[in-house]
Write a protein that binds this ligand. Structure first.
Ligand code: ZN
Length: 315
């Protein structure tokens, strides 16, 4: 493990999700109008952010009071329950119906709608995690307003953690897609690949969706063999990261290679190469020769590589 506490961006959500209260419609309605409650609006999936005025100070979520939100969004706008902390209930609202937030004086004075990926490094870990939850949930609702069984419209229930079809009563639940990400290692070397669509020189651990009926370990062995033709033996789980684009869970592992010859699947990867631990240390320090860049600290791949280098993970 990296440590007992998960340090990945979007982890460590400080809210108590209070799942047992989600089915209590009266309680939710009371909380949604209670003046102590706080609601973050998302406009086109971008959360409202109060940008820090001072350098090095964190930016913050632009929480609004229920009365403000009522004036801002239509009555039927989606509002999802995020959780409770210190007896304050937290919600997220889809404010995409606002035509142009910049023209909305009091809103513009509060903050700006900013894409989560670009602002996440400037937020506290708790705020980034809350917004990952809010964004993934609202994104799911926007894509799932119709029943996948009969095609009729569905209604939001349980504070946003369920939709129920109006015609056939089928229940639908927000999805999370597991993705494995593996650093393949052999002795003092690790295997890094460059995605076909990535910026020149950007290299990372190998990743892919876990398929139905597959374990994490089987997915790692299959993806690594498919992408680079390397056979893997032991696979060891290291850490995980919620990744709200739109709703993945990155499951990071160290995988021991049995073979080293690379046979590239050029539909998936533009390049792959073995890199020594010494070279990786230079890259992490920003002292590479410019031909190879690693993902930024926000990406779990960065944390996984650091784990292998500095904590002897899988060595
Ligand atoms: Zn249906």
């Amino acid at each position: 493990m990296l440590s007992d506490r998960n340090h990945n961006t979007f982890a460590n959500n400080p809210l108590d999700r209070l799942a047992q209260r989600r089915t209590d419609a009266a309680w939710l309605a009371e909380r949604l109008s209670n003046t102590s409650s706080l609601i973050v609006p998302l406009w086109q999936l971008k959360p409202l952010i109060v940008v820090a005025k001072e350098k090095d100070a964190p930016s913050a979520i632009g929480w609004l009071r229920p009365g403000f939100v009522r004036d801002l969004v239509p009555d039927d706008a989606l509002q999802v329950f995020l959780g409770v902390k210190d007896d304050v209930a937290y919600f997220a609202a889809d404010a995409s119906a606002i035509e142009d937030p910049k023209q909305h004086g009091s809103l513009a004075a509060t903050g700006k709608f900013i894409e989560l990926r670009s602002i996440a490094p400037d937020l506290t870990s708790g705020d980034a995690a809350i917004l990952a939850q809010a964004k993934s949930l609202i994104d799911w609702h926007q894509r799932h307003s119709f029943c996948s069984v009969c095609g009729h419209g569905s209604d939001v229930e349980d504070g946003g953690y369920k939709r129920v079809c109006r015609q056939c009563s089928q229940e639908h639940f927000p999805r999370t897609d597991p993705v494995m990400i593996a650093l393949v290692v052999k002795g003092e070397e690790c295997l890094l690949g460059r995605g076909a669509e990535w910026p020149e020189a950007m290299y990372s651990a190998l990743a892919g969706f876990i398929e139905p009926g597959e374990t994490i370990e089987e997915a790692v062995r299959r993806e690594v063999l498919e992408e680079v033709g390397v056979e893997v033996s032991t696979v060891r789980y290291v850490t995980s990261q919620p990744w709200p684009y739109p709703s993945s869970l990155m499951i990071a592992c160290i995988a021991q290679a049995q073979t080293q010859a690379i046979s590239l699947d050029d539909h998936e990867l533009a390049d792959a190469k073995w890199v020594s631990r010494t070279e990786v240390i230079d890259l992490l320090k920003g002292e590479g020769d410019g031909t190879t860049w690693l993902p930024p600290p926000m990406a779990v791949a960065h944390q996984l590589i650091k784990h292998w280098v500095y904590e002897g993970g899988g060595g």
